[in-house]
Design a protein around this ligand. Structure first.
Ligand code: NAG
Ligand code: NAG
Ligand code: NAG
Ligand code: NAG
Ligand code: NAG
Ligand code: NAG
Length: 537
């Protein structure tokens, strides 16, 4: 093995020399091969540095990377083909890979194969030197396909992924590509990084969050600046009233250099969307109007606006522009300390004001990249799959109402999404059968995609089972995953006391662990249609 590698390396140095000697003359021909060097990289997308760290990631990092960035880095690739100019499609392909999550290296090589598989030949995959990693090469499309499975230490999860290395860059060939029949052509290619889609434990095409940034320099023309929209919020004053809120915003539009102080309309909180989403609110100032999204639960500030540029090349460049920007903006509030309901006032903290951020241009309509609804950093997906062994029941009260029916109040902490959900005075039946949760005093939490319960109530002990489902979309905003947990609790003497038609926790008990007996998940739910959109956190 080592010998082969040495020989190979020696061969490659010699070859490199020849490549140099062949020099520029060969370059044109080399270019006849697909040489697309750069992938289409969304300007605002943050990609991790695909550098090969020499140490394998820790087990936790392995798990995180498997869900966030399943990929293989490819190094030292080379292609040898025979009689290529005469349509010959026999040859060798070889490269080394490193699984980004596990840090495991593999040697993938095969000699004398049909480089242009068709039909049934496409079923043939070649093994790399480690178990569960296979590849294919397609000369026509100039593609390397990889598929494989891996595990992280300390975890039972088995990951399966596949990826395509499209149009590997050819750095140089030993001979000219169009060599006479019977000759071999060896080409070395640039290393690469093949992002994988997961097929197991769930179907995912992980995406890194999109981050706003502050540009280094500002274009001179309004038109050019408008393609790279940027906002500065100089001041934000938020006024909370009982049941409503309003705000004023001092914002500078860098596309045309104008500064506007706008005042929002008053937002009636009882008319907020029940899907948990935050509305875009009109904010006007004289003849200018912009739309603002202010989510004080998730600390998100969004600006959406339209403007005109008069320095456009008429008939060629558009005059009308439109952009959306979103940023995390934590407000500082003078909330009443006793938690009582009342008016209060919030502003941007001195340290984060003025707040400058870039937006996303949209000339025809507001096109935004897909944003997740569940937090990226504290991943709902990863925690739901690896951390949902039990839920915590932190509120519990079953009471008999005036008309003799039962009403139940439950609060659950779910470590998956990291949220607490409250079912407030929902009407229940104590017959031990499964029923859908129905809204009670308040709407059911928007996070609940499904909610069913079975309550076995004999007036003393309470056996409760729940079926709760929720979405996570932080790793793949285009494809939400639906999790469903079966949860059960036996609320016996120690955790429940019933008196005067009311069952609740006995004094001193504030929470009870609910065992998750079955956790399932399914993919293919498309874009999540509920809740706030969380741009990058
Ligand atoms: C496979 O090849 C890689 C890269 O050369 C090497 O590090 C690894 O030890 C090999 N594994 C096996 C099982 O041969
Ligand atoms: C390449 O061409 C030579 C000469 O025609 C022929 O002998 C040889 O079999 C060809 N090899 C392949 C792999 O097609
Ligand atoms: C807004 O009104 C002012 C004063 O009437 C005018 O100078 C300015 O051009 C207007 N701005 C826009 C964007 O129409
Ligand atoms: C940005 O510029 C446009 C064009 O003049 C204007 O209509 C819009 O109100 C400006 N927005 C702000 C916040 O200044
Ligand atoms: C989220 O994680 C990224 C990368 O690890 C880090 O740079 C960023 O500060 C984190 N953001 C928050 C809000 O914790
Ligand atoms: C209730 O608590 C007592 C004392 O703390 C304990 O001995 C008993 O096993 C508990 N019963 C149940 C059903 O958990």
């Amino acid at each position: 093995m080592a010998q082969t590698k040495q020989r190979c390396q020696a061969g490659w140095s010699k070859m490199l020399l020849q490549v140099l000697i062949l020099g520029i003359a060969a370059l044109n021909r080399v270019h006849a091969l697909p040489t697309s060097a750069s992938q289409l990289v969304e300007a605002r997308q943050y990609y991790p540095d695909p550098d090969d760290p020499s140490l394998p990631p820790s087990p936790e990092d392995c798990l995180r990377l498997s869900f966030s960035e399943p990929a293989w880095s490819i190094y030292d690739p080379a292609l040898l083909s025979v009689n290529a100019s005469d349509g010959g499609t026999q040859g060798d392909i070889r490269f080394y890979t490193r699984n980004v999550a596990t840090g495991q290296h593999a040697d993938c090589r095969v000699t004398n194969i049909e480089l242009n598989p068709k039909g049934a030949q496409l079923e043939t995959w070649y093994n790399c030197n480690i178990t569960d990693l296979q590849f294919q090469f397609l000369l026509d499309d100039f593609q390397v396909r990889l598929r494989g499975g891996w595990k992280c230490a300390n975890s039972d999860l088995k990951f399966h992924g596949h990826g395509v290395w499209e149009e590997p860059t050819v750095q140089g060939c030993l001979e000219e590509w169009n060599t006479p029949r019977g000759q071999e052509t060896l080409c070395i290619m640039g290393g690469s990084y093949v992002a994988a889609s997961l097929t197991s434990p769930m179907e995912l095409q992980p995406q890194w969050p999109l981050l706003p940034y502050t540009p280094f320099e500002r274009a001179w023309r309004c038109v050019d600046r408008s393609w790279d929209p940027e906002f500065t919020v100089h001041n934000l004053a938020y006024q909370q009233h009982v049941g409503s809120y309003e705000f004023t915003l001092d914002v500078e539009n860098h596309s045309n250099g104008q500064r506007t102080v706008c005042k929002s309309e008053k937002v009636d909180e009882s008319k907020l969307p029940i899907d948990g989403s935050t509305p875009w609110v009109k904010c006007s100032a004289g003849n200018a109007s912009l739309e603002i999204l202010l989510d004080t639960t998730y600390d998100i500030l969004g600006i959406r606006q339209e403007w005109k540029c008069t320095d456009n090349v008429k008939e060629i460049e558009p005059e009308d522009y439109r952009a959306t920007g979103l940023i995390e903006a934590r407000l500082e509030c003078d909330k009443p300390a006793d938690g009582s309901q009342g008016d209060y006032y919030c502003t941007l903290p001195v340290g984060s004001s003025p707040l400058t951020f870039t937006g996303y241009p949209a000339v025809d309509k507001a096109v935004l990249p897909p944003f997740p609804h569940t937090f990226y950093n504290r991943s709902c997906t990863i925690n739901s799959i690896s951390n949902t062994h039990s839920l915590t029941l932190n509120e519990y009260r079953i009471e008999t109402t005036e008309n003799g029916k039962l009403a139940a109040t439950f609060g659950f902490y779910n470590p998956g999404p990291g949220e607490t959900w409250k079912l407030s005075k929902i009407p229940v039946l104590g017959d031990g059968n499964w029923h859908d949760c129905i809204r009670g005093q308040e709407e059911l939490p928007w996070q609940l995609a499904r909610c069913r319960y079975a309550l076995d109530s004999d007036g003393q002990s309470q056996g409760i089972r729940f079926e709760l489902a929720w979405y996570c979309d932080d790793r793949d905003p285009s494809n939400a995953i639906l999790f469903e947990a079966h949860v059960q609790a036996d609320l016996t003497q120690n955790s429940s006391v019933c008196a005067d038609g009311v069952c609740q926790f006995p004094p001193g008990v504030t929470e009870v662990a609910l065992q998750v007996t079955n956790l399932r998940w399914e993919t293919g739910h498309g874009v999540m249609q509920k809740g706030p959109t969380l741009p990058w956190v």
